[in-house]
Design a protein around this ligand. Structure first.
Ligand code: BGC
Length: 748
């Protein structure tokens, strides 16, 4: 075995150079893996700019304005006589949304708009695998083309600031580094199919409460270091073709008319060339929004001609309040997008495919790496099917489907394997399954929230259990060798447009779990949810605890494979699970949800940055997740002992030995810390990770590349990223609270 993989990796890097989607992955020998993969997107084309100018010169003002606003729920107008097609959009993050009627939110009622339901964002991020993020983007990109879409309103990547966030399940993570490492390959994969990503929601849209008007105040350093990196990487690395302006205000201005954010930061600083599309009904002015950098106004039903960028804009031009040259600038961007996507220009365009077995397999692969094993004290898992005759399966979540539901974009799919179906598919016939519902999803309708023509029921849950269902569940558990309780939430409970009130498990599940655990200690609790819940008591009482997500078409099969051991779990939490809501930064600082204004008083200390800096013990830390095997992480080395300079890449190698008896994947995580800094520093920050497959008895060397510029902080006075010289400590392990190795490096 080679003792020094790093020069080898550098050699690979040097030979291949840096180009689109280079795979710098080699097996040096059976025991060495050096993995660094970079993803970069192709920029918008300018090859047709002259043609575009001549098309614009022939357009009427009405035709131009038609391209700048929704003329149906998910399209803007084309100009048929000039060969300009409509711009066709679809949600979203879980897969291509079913077709919506042209002038209302009602489903169009088609029978050819079925799609693959992919794991929600939190599931993807729990896999900690950028290659799977590319697979996801590429797969859903093919589906978007098969549905003849130009823009997919995805990925949704706002930072998870509070565990209560209604869209936590849809977003990726609390950490800016993990966020961008997943968002970039996702966008590149999507756009490789002649479809534009619409990266959302730009920016600082971290709560649903008052989202339509709340004015977000963040200090500049936290903005740059926590909330913006993913958007910047989406522009500079992935070359995202469109961006969605958020509902909320930022420093006093709505984000769809925020000159600083849209023109100065997004375009001037980062070089964004694409199209800014508003969130649905997020525009408030005609002239101001356009001049501030918005290109397209989308919205909810009202006569489309009344949109701000429709008749009112035409009136403004006629009144001399805005020049037609300004209008042309925005129309030109849209036409450039169309040529880039080949919806104009006559070049052959990706045709795509939808609901294929290959895409279901993509959804399966992501789901199977996303399941997080939280506890397995008595080795109840994986379930040894040769030793059991009967399994009791308990809980409404065993049969709950989540492709549709709640408020916001879902997917109409022909396949959603529930956890119960997954077990039925995977268990041998000799094992009998006794299913008992145990608890029911019940709500007491309380208040209604209107959104366009859709009324959303925001409801209180009913937490009283039905005694007959409890009795059935207890009987099933008593008479089973093993019980699995499927608990958690669903997409009706965790939903866009409202944040949760607390971390309590709904529908009386806590009480049910208590009762079942009392009669059968061989009980595995499986949580299916997209956001943290208070599971402190369950953690203390149950010996086996698993976390799964709204996990796509194949979620039930993937989960069964993990429970039965065909798949060795390798998921890691993409956020911190607090013991108490008030331990989380936004709540500890009493700065959520605000009222007219919300001030992010925790500053840089978002997620684990708070817990680690303030020494608060979480229930489960960021990056945490067990395996059915054990790994030893050792022999950390850097590629040189001397100092590094600002342009260098630090290659850190670390041996990962599988010391257990099952092949498996481990996520090696690298956190950087800087003592004696001239500025405020958080205790540690994720700056690299690699997911490696290690067979039993094997040692794999993971090589993590840390560009020195990743260690920079944002210097507010200089308005620039600054790498502070000096000593940094790199801590390496398999969770933010299990860091087994340390090495120091010097920057000159
Ligand atoms: C959401 C967006 C979504 C849009 C269109 C809005 O309510 O915030 O994420 O893309 O609706 O459905």
């Amino acid at each position: 075995m080679s003792k020094n993989p790093i020069p080898f990796l550098i050699l690979v890097v040097t030979i291949l150079g840096v180009s689109c989607n280079d795979t710098l992955k080699k097996e040096h020998d059976s025991s060495i893996t050096a993995t660094t993969k970079t993803y970069s997107g192709s920029p918008m084309t300018h090859a047709f700019d002259k043609e575009i100018d001549s098309i614009i010169a022939q357009m009427t003002l009405e035709e131009k304005s038609g391209m700048l606003h929704g003329t149906s729920m998910f399209t803007t107008a084309g100009v048929e006589r000039l060969g300009v097609p409509e711009l066709k959009m679809a949600d979203g993050p879980l897969g291509v949304r079913e077709e919506i009627s042209r002038s209302s939110w009602a489903p169009a009622g088609l029978d050819n708009d079925y799609a693959t339901y992919y794991p929600a964002g939190a599931g993807l991020s729990a896999a900690w695998n950028p290659e799977l993020a590319y697979v996801f983007g590429n797969s859903v990109g093919e589906e978007s083309r098969a549905r003849d879409k130009d823009v997919l309103l995805s990925p949704a990547i706002n930072i998870i600031r509070t565990p209560l966030g209604g869209r936590t399940y849809e977003y990726f993570t609390e950490d800016p580094f993990l966020n961008k490492k997943l968002a970039v390959p996702f966008i590149v994969g999507l756009q490789d199919n002649d479809v534009a990503a619409c990266v959302k929601h730009f920016a600082a849209n971290n709560q649903e409460t008052n989202r339509d008007f709340v004015d977000v105040q963040i200090d500049e350093r936290a903005l740059r270091e926590i909330y913006l990196p993913v958007f910047e990487a989406a522009v500079s690395e992935a070359k995202a073709y469109s961006m969605m302006g958020a509902y909320n205000k930022f420093r006093g201005e709505y984000l769809c008319e925020n000159n600083h954010m849209l023109n100065e930061v997004l375009r001037d600083e980062w070089g964004f060339e694409g199209v800014v599309i508003s969130d649905w009904n997020a525009v408030h002015t005609s002239v101001n929004s356009l001049e501030s950098g918005l290109d397209i106004e989308m919205g909810t039903p009202k006569p489309f001609n009344e949109f701000f960028l429709a008749a009112p804009l035409i009136d403004s031009v006629n009144a001399g309040k805005i020049s037609e040259t300004e209008i042309d600038k925005h129309v030109k961007r849209i036409l450039q997008l169309m040529y880039t996507l080949k919806s104009m220009g006559g070049e052959e365009r990706v045709k795509g495919s939808i609901s294929t077995e290959a895409h279901f397999k993509d959804a399966y692969d992501i789901a199977s790496e996303s399941v997080v094993l939280l506890k397995n004290e008595t080795n109840l898992l994986p379930i040894n099917t040769s030793e059991i005759n009967t399994i009791a399966v308990i809980g409404a979540n065993a049969t709950k489907k989540n492709a549709l539901g709640g408020f916001g974009a879902g997917v109409k799919t022909k396949r959603e394997v529930t956890p119960l179906e997954g077990l039925r598919n995977r268990l041998p016939r000799s094992v009998k399954i006794n299913y008992a519902e145990g608890y029911q999803e019940r709500y007491a309708p309380k208040k209604e929230a209107k959104f366009g023509d859709v009324t959303h029921q925001r409801a209180e849950t009913i937490d009283e259990l039905n005694s007959q269902l409890v009795e059935e569940a207890i009987n099933a558990a008593k008479n089973a060798d093993i019980t699995i309780i499927f608990a958690g939430s669903n997409r009706d409970f965790e939903t866009e447009a409202s944040d949760r009130a607390d971390l309590d498990l709904p529908f009386g599940q806590g009480e049910l779990i208590d009762k079942v655990l009392a009669v059968n200690p061989n009980t595995v609790v499986v949580m299916i949810a997209g956001a943290p819940f208070d599971i402190q008591k369950i953690k203390a009482q149950s010996s086996a605890l698993v976390w799964s997500w709204f996990n796509g078409s194949e979620g039930g099969n993937a989960l069964a494979d993990v429970l039965l051991g065909t798949i060795n779990p390798s998921g890691k939490l993409p956020w911190t699970m607090p013991k108490d809501l008030n331990d989380s930064p936004a709540h500890a600082t009493k700065s959520f949800p605000g009222d007219q204004t919300v001030s992010y008083d925790e500053g840089l200390l978002v997620g684990y940055r708070w817990f680690d800096t303030k020494n608060v013990e979480p229930l489960y830390p960021f990056g945490y997740g067990l395996s059915y095997t054990t790994f030893d992480i050792k022999n950390v080395q850097t590629d040189k002992t001397g100092s590094y300079s600002e342009r260098d890449i630090i290659y850190v190698s670390v041996d990962v030995e599988n010391t257990g008896n099952k092949n498996g994947k481990e996520v090696v995580q690298l956190y950087a810390a800087k003592k004696d800094s001239e500025v405020e520093r958080v205790a540690q920050e994720l700056k690299g990770f690699e997911k490696v497959m290690v067979n039993v008895g094997q040692t794999v060397t993971a090589v993590i590349a840390v560009p020195v510029k990743e260690l920079a902080y944002y210097n507010v006075d200089k308005m620039a990223w600054v790498v502070e010289p000096g000593t940094y400590t790199f801590k390496i392990g398999n969770s933010s609270r299990d860091l087994k190795q340390e090495i120091t490096i010097h920057i000159n």
